[in-house]
Ligand binder design. Structure first.
Ligand SMILES: [Zn+2]
Ligand SMILES: [Zn+2]
Length: 132
């Protein structure tokens, strides 16, 4: 099954095949800032499961202190949505912002991580709360 993730304005999109290799929500401060939300949904696919990419992306790179890896993020220059990224610790994977899959949404995340930053009112299903 193919799924397409896209930015708010629709200019930038990425299509992948299959299910995510790693599918988690993350409560670190960086994911909060990236999304403007209480947590981020990080869905990692194998790079060779990317079927199509379209549109123009801007890019920035930084060292993620909490995760101890280099990260390079691609965002839509028109609307600002961060759509996908690469991290040095998973060279064979591409991270995609899980909430950007709207037509064929992903299933429930398997992991919930960085609970040090979890906001007190966020309740996570105990079946996935396994990686504090
Ligand atoms: Zn856009
Ligand atoms: Zn995070």
């Amino acid at each position: 099954m193919n799924r397409k993730a896209e930015c708010c304005c629709g200019q930038l999109s990425i299509e992948v095949y299959g299910e995510p290799y790693l599918h988690s929500i993350c409560h670190c401060n960086d994911c909060k800032k990236r999304t403007g939300s209480a947590f981020g949904i990080s869905s990692y696919f194998k790079k060779d499961e990317v079927v199509a990419k379209s549109g123009k992306s801007g890019e920035y790179s930084f060292f993620h202190e909490e995760k101890n890896h280099e990260q390079s993020r691609h965002f839509c220059p028109s609307c600002g949505t961060t759509l996908y990224w690469y991290v040095s610790s998973y060279p064979e994977l591409i991270g995609i912002a899980g909430g950007c899959f709207v037509e064929q949404s992903l299933g429930e995340p398997k992991y919930s991580i960085s609970h040090g930053g979890k906001l007190p009112w966020v309740k996570i299903n105990e079946s996935i709360e396994n990686n504090a």
